[in-house]
Design a binder for this molecule. Sequence first.
Ligand code: FE
Ligand code: CA
Length: 513
Amino acid sequence: MRSSFTIDRRRLIALAAAPVFVRHARAADEPRFALGIASGCPLPDRLVLWTRLTGDTLPPQVDVDWELADDETFTRIAARGRETAEAAWAHSVHAEPAGLAPGRHYFYRFTALGQRSAVGRTCTAPAPDAQATLRFAIASCQRFDHGHYAAWRHLAADPPELVLFLGDYIYEYASPRQAIRPHDGGLLRTLADYRARYAQYKRDPALQAAHAACPWLVSCDDHEVENDYAGERGSSLQGEALLQLRAAAYQAAWEHQPLPKAWRPQGAAMRLHGRWDWGRLARFQVVDGRQHRDPQACLPPGRSGGSASVDAAACAALRDPQRSLLGPAQEQWLADGWDAQRPWNLLAQPTLMARCSTRPWRDVPAETPQPPGRYWNDGWDGYAAARTRLLEGIAARRLPNAVALGGDVHAHYVADLKADFDDARAPVVASEFCGTSISSHGWAQRQVDAVLALNPHLHHGRADQRGYMHFTLDARRLDARLMAVERPDDPASPVGVQARFAVEDGRPGPQRA
Ligand code: FE
Ligand code: CA
């Protein structure tokens, strides 16, 4: 009730103020930083600062000054510079201060057209040889018309040092009539459409606060382009039409995220994978699970894109070793990047990695020629041989602690990862934490309960709550808190801890804590 009162009151003030504003509107009155600010991609000596100017009266090119300081009042400036915001790139700014001190907190702000942005807080990564600890969060799937961002509000109030956003930052759909806060516009088809959708999401104050609180590593999944797209195949468009859509979507993604200039897309191609080290503690590898993947296997007749649940017995392609979710080049890049020197290797990828059968296989006679089970062909189950390749690679390198982080499935899952999920005695080679959605709706919990019963390597599964995962990491232990929003329709909802798990150094597999 309190929140609706606040909104009504704001609306009243806005209505009362509107005629006055219109009469005296000048370019100087237009807010220039209405989409907030952000930072990302922290390295020991550099990072990326982001903003995008707003307003209808922007010239084609605008000078934007940025400052990075040791203190919140900007008396000790560590770096400053000027960027040109260009209309061709939606007046976005991607400043890249360099020569910074490692393992340090900084404050930053922008100035343009006589206005100053809010102040953001960020940090550099520790020096490569530094002992370090890290508090970080993973988040994904923030469908705006499904709910409010109480999760972001909570995260920003006690921020971690790093946020990994694992995909579905926007959704491309038109909103249903009954949506709690509808998307502006319809299904996204043009660059202008994507820009407007990002701008709508970015106006949310809780999301802005979360960006301003710490640096992010941003990855993308399907909805930044189109549901379930795989390379050149989407669920509604394919081939050249999908590539054109991808070019528009990737451009808008780059324009709205704290990504390096070097990642600026060229046509339908965009770099979306990278490697970040946190002192001697951890290596993060962030991968792109969409752009380079093979199409989903065994789609029903008449369908040329999208996903489906398929019976393994009727779909040999599920296990075809030629098929890949990351693509051969990215698979090799990932394999080359595992770091046996650091205690923790963290793989940030879009979706659930653990095998997730939705139908029993246990009661099938042992001589059955095909492994039974029913699988969603868009996830790693649709690329099972590639998953085995990845996990056998981890086992072969004897990485002390490999942890997969994911999203996409709108549920908190905690799992053991094994090269052979069919063998109950197969060793656990890695741990998995797949976080629930910030706001996007999930399955009914009874469906997840059925899945848990069929997949003993899944220790925890909750689709009924929105939230994120918070981690505390040191050389000996990873502590995970599965955060859950109490009332997803309330932007001020409390956020509690749904469950706690830990991974101890040298002991693969999460334990309930
Ligand atoms: Fe999603
Ligand atoms: Ca997704």
